[in-house]
Design a protein around this ligand. Sequence first.
Ligand SMILES: [Zn+2]
Length: 346
Amino acid sequence: MAVFECAGCGAALTVPVAEVALPPHAHREGGDRYLPPLLEPGTFAVDPEPSEPPWRPWSAISPAQAAARGVYAPVDGLWSGPGGAVLLAPGDTRGTALIAEQCDGCCACAGGPNLACERCGRTVGARIDDCYRWQAVWLYPRAVRRAPVEGPARPDGDGWTVSPTPPVEPGGWWSDRWSAAVGEALAEVLAASGGAPVAVAPGLLAEIFGRTLHRLLPVGAPVRTLGLAGPGFTPAPVPDIALVPRHPWTGAAWQPPFGGVVPVPLDAAVWTHLAFPPLRPTTRLPAGEERDDPLPLRPRLLFEPDRRLLRHRLARLPAVRQPWLRAIYDRLGDRHHHRAASEGTP
Ligand SMILES: [Zn+2]
């Protein structure tokens, strides 16, 4: 376990926390009205990608410099400072104070430099508790240092058993976490498709992956299949592209023990719901009283993967240098395409 300390005065800024993988919705922007903390209490995640100034526009970055940063298609620009920002659940911070004049969000703090060390006053991070944002604290890499402390680094078990996240929120809208997770995984599914149509089994998988794949890939007879594989779930037949769970602690993709499949990692909580959907109740209310039986949740809108996260991930796949995938990347960034897609036209 670790405690994060102020790099200026050494004051402890967190309780002891254990490291987990950065979740796919860590950088999701815009979601449902009120969102819970991004991370479970007692955990932290590190974002290796630079997030500190200076900001360099794309025009000032050579293709070789971008490739050295793991970026293979044009983006608006890149932060060029250090990476390693630390994400925490807000309740796990200690000895910090809000900088009120920096809390300039719509309802509260939008995530600017608004968190100071209470002891020395140094700016150490950002608190996010605005509407449509996940509750979070980010500690800046240059402002804190990590100190190891005694304690179990991990909970019991191997980490693969996770609680499933349902795709639809109790309010009747699609889960924000699903939009982010599917957006990120879609980038690798597209790369694995080779630019040819992909068959997706009907049902939830087709609803969340199939529609976007159909929209972005050529029309025709499917060449490859998309399915699931993971611990306790052996597909038959084995799909060409298998969505596998991403380990919640390490972020590593589950490795299939069989060959002939391209594994694509997916948020383990989303994967678990897809692989082991909860059983529907078999008992019904008596005839005439069905009106009291809760109806299954059906969102008003079709599922939309997070396009910004899809494009972010695509830009970081070497495969995007192939012309067919680069064309899809460019289409996803085209505003006219974006508007047509959101209006439901192909
Ligand atoms: Zn301090």
